[in-house]
Design a protein around this ligand. Structure first.
Ligand code: ADP
Ligand code: MG
Length: 449
């Protein structure tokens, strides 16, 4: 049982070199077994596994080089701990589950846990979130001290939850004894309701007031819930007074939160309020490349640019688009390429085209035919104007969801029948005049990118 000896020597070495808290948190829960000539390092959860790989594996490998003549291959596995009977038969002697797990996992409520996959490591930064990221890392280094509360706001799918959870995870990593609770605001409201129903505010208060870190996600859900706001007010004061960290996310700036008491809103400004903005193109590309890397495959830069260019609204949709491409190529057994990405995202691309504005169409057509925009929208009926006008109307019909009367209106108050006539005319011209058909296609391509 060479591997047992080897592992024992690793334990001895780490116990010497690491502070005991780190040794207990990250090394003790690990184990080593042999499987088909390979050494398998096991961890009880993905978080511990990640720490193992990033922080300690290189040292384990060094030790292996000293221990084995031929260093076996290593493999990693997550094995949830089950009590195992040791050779001694007494039922009381069971190996314990790893002693240190996050306090957040031990919440008596069974919820309030952090998602351990949302870490700083896999959070891509760029102009849009640099400040928020810098502040977040600082909060995680000195919770309760630097910025309290730490208030993150921004639109949907921009990474608020991810960043907040990353702070929580980092704090647990630095201080395994910290009691960290992540609560979506709706869950907190439900908790208040439950305490109300069971008339058990004591237990409720005891729990929330004893936390080291409280994360409340999407606080806009507290709107018009006065009992919730009252309870949160108490928890807030207690925690802040005892220098415990509060992290809040919201879809808007505190002062714009509707239906929230002003005493809460003013307190939200006590610490640091920071916005996460929509990501620019390069950051979207970086995110796609990172997600692909995490997913274990490589993505061509050109494909990443293509997806990032067409999915610009938020990061959740960006991820969704990448998953679609991945699923599509897997299903059709094709490689990920520009071609397959385009096929996989056909629906999204069409939907995006629908968002093209009529202003944009009119300007593009006027530029293309070198005429003035005012002339395009005027009532003048010279031939050099009617053709481009009809072209623009047809494009508006194809690329926007506007109704015929609305399109007519947008062209200087023309009737809906004029729009119908324009569309029919362009359609028939395209089938007989290749020059017009080419113009139409170029305009279509320009507008849809
Ligand atoms: P929000 O809470 O602002 O609506 P989330 O935090 O839920 O947004 O983010 C949506 C998705 O995008 C999540 O899967 C998250 O992991 C991912 N994400 C957001 N921001 C980033 C980032 N900067 N780097 C990598 N992934 C991100
Ligand atoms: Mg969120």
């Amino acid at each position: 049982m060479q591997e047992k000896e080897f592992w024992q020597s690793c334990l001895v070495s780490f116990e010497k070199s690491l502070p005991s808290r780190q040794f207990n948190s990250w090394i003790k829960p690990l184990s080593l077994l042999k499987d088909n000539e390979r050494l398998v390092l096991t961890a009880p959860n993905s978080f511990t596994l990640k720490i193992l790989q990033e922080r300690f594996f290189s040292e384990i490998l060094n030790l292996a080089k000293q221990f084995y003549q031929n260093v076996p291959e290593f493999e990693f596995r997550i094995i949830e701990p089950v009590p195992v009977q040791e050779t001694a038969p007494a039922p009381t002697i069971k190996t314990k589950a790893p002693e240190i797990r996050h306090k957040s996992e031990n919440s008596p409520r069974g919820y309030g846990k952090l998602n351990q996959n949302l870490t700083f490591d896999n959070f891509v930064t760029g102009k849009a979130n640099q400040l928020a990221f810098a502040a977040a890392t600082q909060v995680s280094e000195s919770p309760g001290v630097s910025y309290n509360p730490f208030f993150i706001y921004g639109g949907v799918g921009l990474g608020k939850t991810h960043l907040a959870q990353a702070i929580g995870n980092q704090i647990c990593l630095n201080r395994p004894e910290a009691k960290v609770c992540y609560m979506h605001a709706e869950r907190y409201v439900a908790d208040v309701v439950k305490a109300y129903r069971t008339n058990n505010f004591e237990e409720f208060k005891q729990y929330y007031h004893s936390l080291d870190v409280l994360l409340i996600d999407d606080i806009q859900f507290f709107s018009d819930k006065s009992k919730t706001q009252e309870e949160f007010f108490y928890a807030f004061n207690t925690l802040i007074d005892s220098h415990k960290q509060i992290i809040i996310t919201s879809d808007t700036f505190p002062k714009e939160l509707k239906g929230l008491e002003s005493r809460l809103i003013s307190r939200f400004g006590w610490g640091l309020t920071i916005e996460i903005e929509p990501p620019e193109l390069e950051m979207r590309v970086a995110i796609l490349l990172k997600k692909a890397c995490i997913g274990g495959y490589t993505l061509d830069d050109a494909v990443a640019f293509f997806i990032a260019k067409h999915v610009s609204s938020n990061i959740r949709e960006l991820e969704g688009a990448l998953k679609r491409v991945e699923a599509y190529t897997k299903f059709h057994r094709k490689a990920i390429s520009l071609e397959t990405a385009r096929e996989a995202l056909k629906d999204i691309l069409i939907a995006k085209n629908r968002q093209i504005t009529i202003d944009n169409i009119q300007k593009t057509v006027a530029d293309f035919y070198r005429i003035k925009l005012v002339d395009l929208l005027s009532k003048k009926r010279t031939r050099n104007l009617t053709r481009p006008r009809q072209m623009a109307m047809s494009l508006a019909r194809e690329l926007t969801t506007m109704s015929l009367p609305d399109i007519g209106n947008a062209f200087g108050g023309k009737d809906h029948s004029t729009v119908i006539h324009a569309c029919q005319n362009i359609a028939s011209l395209r089938s007989t005049d290749s020059g017009i058909d080419a113009d139409y296609k170029i305009l279509l391509q320009t507008l849809t990118g």
